[in-house]
Design a protein around this ligand. Structure first.
Ligand code: SF4
Length: 197
C-alpha cells in the first residue's frame, strides 16, 4: 500500500489492521501495562471501542466513556500524558496527516507532549493530496463534527462550510504533520474499514 510506504519514509510507524482487536494489539505492544492514556475526540476510536477495550486490559483511559473526570479535567490531564490516541481528519497518499480543530487540545497533543502518539484511521480518511485533504475537512469532517457537537455554526445547520468567523467555529487551527515532531514516536494504524468522519 503506497500510503504505508510513504508514512514510513517520513518517519512514521505505519500499521495496517483488519479489526479492533488488531488495533488494540499494536497499542498493547507499545504502551506499558497500567499506563495512563490520553484521548483526542475521535469517532473512529469510539466505533472501535478503543477506550473501553484498553480500560478492560488495565490501562487508565482519559476518555469520557471510561473516566469520571469532567471534560475540562480530562483535557488538563491529557496535557501531561506520555501516550495519546486519536484519529485524523485526513491522511494524504504521500503520508501527511491533516487536522483542523476549534479547541485544539487534539492538534496540540499531535505535535508536542506525548512520547507516543497513536493515530487510528479508517481507509476513508486517505486523500490523494493536501488540496483533497483540505476539501475533505471542509466538506465532510468539519460540518459533521460541528453538527455532532451542537456548535452554533452555519455548517451545523446546512451541512456546508460557509467559511464562517463564528465564535463557535471548529476550524480555528489546522495542523499538517509532515513528519513526526522531534520528541515523539507516531504510530499510524490504518484500519481496513470506513470509520469516523
Ligand atoms: S469554517 Fe465554519 S462553516 Fe466552515 S466548516 Fe468550519 S465551522 Fe463550519
Amino acid at each position: 500500500m503506497k500510503v504505508l510506504e510513504n508514512l514510513s519514509r517520513r518517519g512514521f510507524k505505519p500499521f495496517f489492521a483488519e479489526s479492533a482487536e488488531e488495533v488494540i494489539q499494536i497499542i498493547r505492544q507499545n504502551v506499558p501495562a497500567g499506563s495512563t492514556i490520553g484521548f483526542g475526540g475521535s469517532q473512529t476510536c469510539e466505533a472501535l471501542q478503543v477506550p473501553q477495550r484498553l480500560k478492560a486490559l488495565g490501562y487508565v483511559c482519559n476518555h469520557q466513556l471510561t473516566s469520571d473526570l469532567s471534560w475540562e479535567a480530562l483535557c488538563q490531564s491529557n496535557r501531561f500524558v506520555d501516550y495519546y490516541i486519536t484519529s485524523t481528519n485526513a491522511l494524504t497518499e504521500d503520508g501527511q496527516l491533516v487536522n483542523t480543530d476549534g479547541r485544539s487540545n487534539r492538534v496540540s497533543a499531535m505535535c508536542y507532549g506525548p512520547k507516543k502518539l497513536f493515530v487510528v484511521a479508517g481507509r476513508n480518511k486517505i486523500c490523494k493530496d493536501l488540496p483533497a485533504a483540505f476539501e475533505r475537512i471542509e466538506k465532510v469532517a468539519a460540518p459533521l463534527n460541528a453538527k455532532r457537537l451542537n456548535k452554533k455554526t452555519p455548517c451545523a445547520v446546512t451541512g456546508k462550510c460557509e467559511k464562517c468567523f463564528s465564535k463557535d467555529t471548529i476550524c480555528k487551527a489546522t495542523l499538517i504533520l509532515h513528519n513526526p515532531t522531534s520528541t515523539m514516536e507516531v504510530f499510524v494504524i490504518i484500519v481496513n474499514r470506513d470509520l469516523g468522519f
